[in-house]
Design a protein around this ligand. Sequence first.
Ligand SMILES: *[C@@H]1O[C@H](CO)[C@@H](O)[C@H](O)[C@H]1NC(C)=O
Ligand SMILES: *[C@@H]1O[C@H](CO)[C@@H](O)[C@H](O)[C@H]1NC(C)=O
Ligand SMILES: *[C@@H]1O[C@H](CO)[C@@H](O)[C@H](O)[C@H]1NC(C)=O
Ligand SMILES: *[C@@H]1O[C@H](CO)[C@@H](O)[C@H](O)[C@H]1NC(C)=O
Ligand SMILES: *[C@@H]1O[C@H](CO)[C@@H](O)[C@H](O)[C@H]1NC(C)=O
Ligand SMILES: *[C@@H]1O[C@H](CO)[C@@H](O)[C@H](O)[C@H]1NC(C)=O
Length: 268
Amino acid sequence: MYAFTKLVSALSLVAVANAFFTPEARHNTPATRPTGGSICSTKQFILANELPADINDHGGEPLPKPNSTYPVYTTLSVGMQNYTCGADSTWGPLGGYTFLFDISCLPQAHHAKFTSFVAALWDAAPPTVANEQIIDLFEQVNPGTALGLHYWIPDPNNATSGKINAVWDFTKSERYVNDTNRANAFLVAAETGIVPDPNDSVANSPWLYEPILYVDGKKDGQLADEVYRFNSNGGAPPNNTCPPGSVLQVKSTLNFWLFGGAWENTIF
Ligand SMILES: *[C@@H]1O[C@H](CO)[C@@H](O)[C@H](O)[C@H]1NC(C)=O
Ligand SMILES: *[C@@H]1O[C@H](CO)[C@@H](O)[C@H](O)[C@H]1NC(C)=O
Ligand SMILES: *[C@@H]1O[C@H](CO)[C@@H](O)[C@H](O)[C@H]1NC(C)=O
Ligand SMILES: *[C@@H]1O[C@H](CO)[C@@H](O)[C@H](O)[C@H]1NC(C)=O
Ligand SMILES: *[C@@H]1O[C@H](CO)[C@@H](O)[C@H](O)[C@H]1NC(C)=O
Ligand SMILES: *[C@@H]1O[C@H](CO)[C@@H](O)[C@H](O)[C@H]1NC(C)=O
């Protein structure tokens, strides 16, 4: 359990950072919006500062600029990516399950390093530690930072296509318990931007731009309109041949920023 104990203390770094850096924290929530939104001001966060200037110069489909200046949520994602071995003996995506935490109270300059630090400890955690225990531990050290879950569902526009779509789901979060719009605190996204991770394109998941998915002409969820995935640590499948039909879980720690959506008016 030693490594995992260290993980717990790493997570307490959010609290430590807060002691040295005091971004404006939410104190009076508007009566019309009892919950939701980030704990600290997200007006310190600029996406362009997180992406290397040449991020779109190494293949893939380019990441466009966000449609709004400030994110509504800046999150740490910790969990597992699942893969299944296809008939061609290579790994293909099968979804996964990760927990999302609010890191808006950490200065932006600390985000990538903090994410890598948590990744190193999550990677070192013994197999006896379940994915689900992460959220309990994080909540003990930094109460109120849990935002929700990230997982995948069959393509809502074509359940038989074999494709999967990413979901960010905050509907069960304590943060939203009194929110009158709680049922819509999720989104299902498409994926239109994908570029290799600039640090290690083999081991780390690609960086993504994931705009909201439209189903029957309507947005599928109201949590956000645009999601960016970056600062990947691990998450990619191994680059080897595999026995068709087998499945694999790979630990993944990274950041998601969410822009737009029904909680955009909580930005302060
Ligand atoms: C992927 O792995 C997680 C455990 O981390 C599991 O809960 C989930 O059901 C798995 N399967 C899919 C299809 O996501
Ligand atoms: C759904 O996907 C399947 C498999 O790719 C395809 O054959 C079918 O035409 C698709 N249906 C629609 C409505 O696009
Ligand atoms: C939800 O409302 C209850 C009752 O007013 C209150 O005690 C609780 O603190 C609220 N929770 C949040 C997360 O706003
Ligand atoms: C972002 O803005 C562009 C240009 O106005 C628009 O075409 C696109 O649909 C917007 N994206 C989202 C996800 O709202
Ligand atoms: C990427 O590499 C740089 C330079 O080594 C490092 O500072 C940064 O923390 C790394 N980022 C991630 C997400 O691993
Ligand atoms: C995977 O390995 C093969 C053979 O070693 C290599 O040619 C290929 O470039 C590798 N792919 C990636 C994404 O690294």
